[in-house]
Design a binder for this molecule. Structure first.
Ligand code: OGA
Ligand code: MN
Length: 294
């Protein structure tokens, strides 16, 4: 079967596409890799349905698209991990497969995924692509939303564009979690997650399009008073996440969604925490800091 990428709906004609004609479990040819690469350079989000894969197959597929990132952004101790370091555990389960208690630290930390963000923006070299595979989905809720940060940029007025272009933001997981009142970090994590600088406006190396690099991890703008910076980022985030820029993904088991963190933000939506929700994420790292992307 031939590969095809079909845009999902006219409003999102260059933002979200469904890719058909590929069986990720079987591995992909270089021609197919090239097809998918071209599609993700155009669309920020690709949806692959019915991909029954294990972690090794997911990792092998992801590796075609760049250097892999390890799950070093987690708070869970090594000995308590359910999945290997190659995979981010996006679930509400412990290592024995039991539901996390309501007040479990890993669960409360994981609630940070419900804030609009771009993956690993708190790392010097942030994430390029994320690939999220749905293994178990609750009956209701738990959608993932994506916002098109190129369209959000395009819609700003010229004056604001000029101002944004020169700004550098400070990103840290300590900021995003503090905004939820989560402060349960070890000394080591506090040291590890000191803020890193990222441009507020970046250029996509393939399409040449500009986008807003926003994320819940932002806690400051270089050279600005903190409350003014946070208010400014809140305003921009509100702008960038208006319905016309947003696609809502309703998961089916064995969906795999791949997105480009350089032109999107995403967030998880609420669901009943007494129901299991199990998604596995592999992450392709970028090769440079966003400071080098304008
Ligand atoms: C992620 C993430 C959102 C979700 O995997 O990076 O933010 O809906 N997931 O689980
Ligand atoms: Mn995420």
């Amino acid at each position: 079967m031939k590969l095809a990428a079909t845009a999902l709906g006219p409003e999102q004609s260059d933002f979200v596409a469904e890719v058909t004609g590929v069986d990720i479990a079987k591995g992909i040819s270089s021609a197919n890799t090239e097809f998918i690469q071209t599609a993700i350079d155009r669309f920020g989000v690709l949806v692959f349905r019915n991909q029954i894969i294990n972690d090794e197959q997911q990792f092998a597929f992801s590796e075609h698209f760049g250097p892999m990132e390890l799950a070093t952004g987690d708070v869970t101790a090594h000995s308590d991990r359910r999945l290997s370091m190659k995979v981010n555990d996006i679930s509400n389960l412990d290592k024995d497969g039991n539901l996390l208690r309501r007040d479990d630290r890993a669960r409360l930390f994981g609630l940070g995924n419900m804030l609009w963000h771009s993956d690993s923006s708190f790392k010097q070299v942030p994430a390029r692509y994320s690939l999220l595979s749905a293994r178990v989905i609750p009956k209701r809720g738990g959608d993932t939303q994506f916002a098109d940060m190129r369209a959000a940029w395009d819609a700003l007025d010229d004056e604001l564009k000029e101002e944004c272009k020169n700004l550098v933001c400070l990103h840290s997981q300590l900021f995003s979690r503090a905004s939820l009142g989560f402060e349960d970090f070890t000394e080591e994590q506090i040291k590890q997650w000191q803020p890193v600088e990222q441009r507020l406006v970046r250029k996509h190396p393939q399409s040449g399009r500009l986008s807003l690099f926003l994320s819940a991890h932002i806690g400051a703008i270089s050279g600005w008073p903190v409350p003014e910076a946070r208010m400014y980022i809140r305003d921009l985030t509100e702008h960038a996440t208006q319905p016309q820029f947003v696609y809502t993904h309703q998961w089916r088991p064995w969906d795999l969604v791949m997105w480009d963190n350089r032109m999107t933000m995403h967030r998880a939506r609420r669901y009943d925490h007494t129901q299991p929700r199990d998604l596995h994420r592999t992450t392709v790292s970028d090769e440079v800091s966003s400071l080098e992307q304008l």
